[in-house]
Write a protein that binds this ligand. Sequence first.
Ligand code: AR6
Length: 205
Amino acid sequence: MTRKRAPGGPSSFDHSCFYSSFVIRASSLLAEIVKKKDPDSMIEIVRSDITALDVDAIVNAANTTLLGGGGVDGAIHRAAGPELLAECRTLGGCQPGAAKLTRGYRLPARFVIHTVGPVWMGGKRGESQTLANCYRNSLQLAIEKGIKTIAFPAISCGAYGYPISEATQIAVETTREFLATTDKMDKVIFVLWSEDIYEAYRRLL
Ligand code: AR6
Protein backbone atom coordinates (compact mmCIF):
# COMPACT_ATOMS: atom_id res chain seq x y z
CA MET A 1 0.00 0.00 0.00
CA THR A 2 1.44 3.38 -0.94
CA ARG A 3 0.85 6.23 1.40
CA LYS A 4 0.08 9.61 -0.13
CA ARG A 5 2.26 12.45 1.04
CA ALA A 6 0.14 15.08 2.77
CA PRO A 7 0.31 18.54 1.23
CA GLY A 8 2.87 20.64 3.09
CA GLY A 9 4.37 17.39 4.49
CA PRO A 10 7.98 16.62 5.39
CA SER A 11 9.46 17.62 2.06
CA SER A 12 8.06 21.12 2.11
CA PHE A 13 9.90 23.76 4.20
CA ASP A 14 7.96 24.79 7.34
CA HIS A 15 8.41 28.58 7.40
CA SER A 16 6.29 29.24 10.46
CA CYS A 17 8.33 26.78 12.51
CA PHE A 18 11.61 28.27 11.26
CA TYR A 19 10.58 31.84 12.06
CA SER A 20 9.20 31.07 15.51
CA SER A 21 12.39 29.26 16.54
CA PHE A 22 14.40 32.20 15.17
CA VAL A 23 12.31 34.66 17.20
CA ILE A 24 12.71 32.57 20.37
CA ARG A 25 16.49 32.36 19.92
CA ALA A 26 16.82 36.07 19.14
CA SER A 27 14.76 37.10 22.16
CA SER A 28 16.69 34.86 24.54
CA LEU A 29 19.93 36.32 23.17
CA LEU A 30 18.56 39.82 23.77
CA ALA A 31 17.51 38.86 27.30
CA GLU A 32 21.05 37.61 27.91
CA ILE A 33 22.52 40.92 26.67
CA VAL A 34 20.11 42.95 28.83
CA LYS A 35 20.92 40.77 31.86
CA LYS A 36 24.67 41.30 31.51
CA LYS A 37 24.56 45.06 31.89
CA ASP A 38 27.81 46.95 31.96
CA PRO A 39 28.73 47.10 35.70
CA ASP A 40 29.73 50.77 35.39
CA SER A 41 26.21 51.67 34.23
CA MET A 42 24.99 50.49 37.65
CA ILE A 43 27.52 52.55 39.65
CA GLU A 44 26.96 56.18 40.65
CA ILE A 45 28.94 58.61 42.77
CA VAL A 46 27.43 61.47 44.75
CA ARG A 47 28.67 64.00 47.28
CA SER A 48 26.13 63.78 50.03
CA ASP A 49 25.23 62.71 53.54
CA ILE A 50 24.54 58.98 53.28
CA THR A 51 21.79 59.17 55.92
CA ALA A 52 19.64 61.20 53.49
CA LEU A 53 19.61 58.55 50.76
CA ASP A 54 16.37 56.86 49.85
CA VAL A 55 17.76 53.48 48.82
CA ASP A 56 17.03 49.91 49.91
CA ALA A 57 20.16 49.82 52.10
CA ILE A 58 22.98 52.06 53.23
CA VAL A 59 26.26 50.61 54.43
CA ASN A 60 27.74 51.66 57.75
CA ALA A 61 31.51 51.86 58.30
CA ALA A 62 31.22 50.52 61.83
CA ASN A 63 33.62 49.10 64.41
CA THR A 64 33.76 45.54 65.74
CA THR A 65 31.39 46.27 68.64
CA LEU A 66 28.62 47.55 66.30
CA LEU A 67 27.64 49.81 69.16
CA GLY A 68 28.18 53.12 67.39
CA GLY A 69 31.02 55.59 67.15
CA GLY A 70 32.01 58.75 65.30
CA GLY A 71 32.08 59.59 61.58
CA VAL A 72 29.50 57.98 59.35
CA ASP A 73 28.67 55.44 62.08
CA GLY A 74 27.67 58.22 64.47
CA ALA A 75 25.64 59.99 61.77
CA ILE A 76 23.75 56.79 60.91
CA HIS A 77 22.92 56.01 64.56
CA ARG A 78 21.74 59.59 65.18
CA ALA A 79 19.51 59.57 62.11
CA ALA A 80 18.13 56.06 62.64
CA GLY A 81 17.30 56.58 66.31
CA PRO A 82 17.89 54.44 69.42
CA GLU A 83 16.09 51.41 67.97
CA LEU A 84 19.11 50.85 65.73
CA LEU A 85 21.46 50.57 68.70
CA ALA A 86 19.03 48.20 70.40
CA GLU A 87 19.07 45.88 67.37
CA CYS A 88 22.86 46.17 67.06
CA ARG A 89 23.21 44.99 70.68
CA THR A 90 21.65 41.67 69.65
CA LEU A 91 24.18 40.99 66.88
CA GLY A 92 27.27 40.05 68.92
CA GLY A 93 29.62 42.43 67.09
CA CYS A 94 31.18 41.99 63.66
CA GLN A 95 34.64 40.93 62.48
CA PRO A 96 36.63 43.16 60.11
CA GLY A 97 35.55 42.42 56.53
CA ALA A 98 32.25 40.80 57.57
CA ALA A 99 28.77 42.34 57.20
CA LYS A 100 25.57 42.27 59.26
CA LEU A 101 22.08 43.55 58.51
CA THR A 102 19.66 45.61 60.57
CA ARG A 103 16.54 47.58 59.79
CA GLY A 104 16.89 51.29 59.00
CA TYR A 105 14.29 52.56 61.50
CA ARG A 106 13.97 56.37 61.06
CA LEU A 107 16.26 56.46 58.03
CA PRO A 108 14.79 56.72 54.53
CA ALA A 109 16.76 53.52 53.76
CA ARG A 110 14.92 50.32 54.69
CA PHE A 111 18.06 48.52 55.88
CA VAL A 112 21.53 49.22 57.20
CA ILE A 113 24.36 46.84 56.37
CA HIS A 114 27.07 47.19 59.00
CA THR A 115 30.59 46.30 57.97
CA VAL A 116 33.93 46.84 59.65
CA GLY A 117 36.82 48.12 57.58
CA PRO A 118 40.49 47.54 58.35
CA VAL A 119 42.51 49.98 60.42
CA TRP A 120 45.41 51.07 58.18
CA MET A 121 48.64 49.64 59.62
CA GLY A 122 50.96 50.27 56.67
CA GLY A 123 49.45 47.81 54.19
CA LYS A 124 51.16 44.56 55.22
CA ARG A 125 48.48 43.29 57.59
CA GLY A 126 46.00 42.12 54.95
CA GLU A 127 44.24 45.49 54.88
CA SER A 128 43.47 45.32 51.15
CA GLN A 129 41.83 41.87 51.44
CA THR A 130 39.82 42.97 54.46
CA LEU A 131 38.62 46.10 52.67
CA ALA A 132 37.66 44.11 49.55
CA ASN A 133 35.77 41.68 51.82
CA CYS A 134 33.75 44.60 53.25
CA TYR A 135 32.42 45.44 49.77
CA ARG A 136 32.01 41.82 48.63
CA ASN A 137 30.28 40.63 51.80
CA SER A 138 28.00 43.68 51.97
CA LEU A 139 26.93 43.18 48.34
CA GLN A 140 26.46 39.43 48.86
CA LEU A 141 24.31 40.00 51.95
CA ALA A 142 22.32 42.62 50.04
CA ILE A 143 21.40 40.31 47.18
CA GLU A 144 20.54 37.51 49.63
CA LYS A 145 18.00 39.91 51.20
CA GLY A 146 16.56 41.10 47.89
CA ILE A 147 18.15 44.54 48.19
CA LYS A 148 18.50 46.16 44.78
CA THR A 149 19.84 49.63 45.54
CA ILE A 150 22.68 50.15 47.98
CA ALA A 151 24.84 53.10 49.04
CA PHE A 152 28.40 52.82 50.40
CA PRO A 153 30.48 55.41 52.24
CA ALA A 154 34.26 55.43 51.77
CA ILE A 155 34.91 52.60 54.24
CA SER A 156 38.13 53.02 56.31
CA CYS A 157 38.90 56.41 54.71
CA GLY A 158 38.23 58.43 57.88
CA ALA A 159 39.24 57.42 61.40
CA TYR A 160 40.79 54.16 60.14
CA GLY A 161 43.27 56.08 57.97
CA TYR A 162 43.31 54.03 54.73
CA PRO A 163 45.10 55.89 51.89
CA ILE A 164 42.36 57.34 49.72
CA SER A 165 43.47 56.32 46.23
CA GLU A 166 44.18 52.70 47.24
CA ALA A 167 40.87 52.40 49.10
CA THR A 168 38.99 53.93 46.18
CA GLN A 169 40.53 51.48 43.75
CA ILE A 170 39.58 48.51 45.93
CA ALA A 171 36.02 49.80 46.34
CA VAL A 172 35.48 50.28 42.60
CA GLU A 173 37.25 47.12 41.42
CA THR A 174 35.57 44.84 43.95
CA THR A 175 32.16 46.30 43.14
CA ARG A 176 32.70 45.99 39.39
CA GLU A 177 33.78 42.36 39.77
CA PHE A 178 30.78 41.58 41.93
CA LEU A 179 28.27 43.26 39.61
CA ALA A 180 29.64 41.32 36.66
CA THR A 181 28.56 38.09 38.36
CA THR A 182 24.94 38.97 39.18
CA ASP A 183 21.81 40.46 37.66
CA LYS A 184 20.20 40.92 41.07
CA MET A 185 21.50 44.41 41.87
CA ASP A 186 20.17 47.55 40.16
CA LYS A 187 22.31 50.32 41.56
CA VAL A 188 25.39 50.89 43.74
CA ILE A 189 25.98 54.45 44.89
CA PHE A 190 29.27 55.59 46.40
CA VAL A 191 28.41 58.45 48.73
CA LEU A 192 31.38 60.66 49.31
CA TRP A 193 31.51 63.27 52.00
CA SER A 194 34.62 65.18 50.95
CA GLU A 195 35.72 66.69 47.65
CA ASP A 196 39.10 64.87 47.53
CA ILE A 197 37.51 61.44 47.93
CA TYR A 198 34.79 62.30 45.40
CA GLU A 199 37.52 63.27 42.89
CA ALA A 200 39.40 60.02 43.53
CA TYR A 201 36.24 58.03 42.62
CA ARG A 202 35.48 60.27 39.64
CA ARG A 203 38.92 59.53 38.16
CA LEU A 204 38.10 55.79 38.17
CA LEU A 205 34.54 55.94 36.87
N1 AR6 B 1 27.78 60.46 54.89
C1 AR6 B 1 28.73 59.96 54.06
N2 AR6 B 1 30.03 59.84 54.39
C2 AR6 B 1 30.41 60.28 55.61
C3 AR6 B 1 29.48 60.80 56.54
C4 AR6 B 1 28.12 60.88 56.14
N3 AR6 B 1 27.17 61.37 56.94
N4 AR6 B 1 30.14 61.13 57.69
C5 AR6 B 1 31.45 60.83 57.46
N5 AR6 B 1 31.59 60.31 56.22
P1 AR6 B 1 34.69 57.07 59.14
P2 AR6 B 1 36.21 54.56 59.05
C6 AR6 B 1 32.81 59.84 55.55
O1 AR6 B 1 35.67 57.66 60.07
O2 AR6 B 1 37.41 55.26 58.55
C7 AR6 B 1 33.73 55.28 63.55
O3 AR6 B 1 33.93 55.88 64.79
C8 AR6 B 1 34.13 60.30 56.11
O4 AR6 B 1 34.43 61.62 55.67
O5 AR6 B 1 33.26 57.29 59.41
O6 AR6 B 1 35.81 53.26 58.44
C9 AR6 B 1 33.40 53.79 63.66
O7 AR6 B 1 32.67 53.50 64.83
C10 AR6 B 1 35.08 59.28 55.52
O8 AR6 B 1 35.43 59.64 54.19
O9 AR6 B 1 34.87 55.46 59.01
C11 AR6 B 1 34.76 53.16 63.67
O10 AR6 B 1 35.30 53.15 64.98
C12 AR6 B 1 34.24 58.01 55.45
O11 AR6 B 1 32.89 58.44 55.69
C13 AR6 B 1 35.57 54.05 62.78
O12 AR6 B 1 34.95 55.34 62.82
C14 AR6 B 1 34.59 56.96 56.50
O13 AR6 B 1 35.03 57.61 57.69
C15 AR6 B 1 35.55 53.57 61.35
O14 AR6 B 1 36.45 54.35 60.61
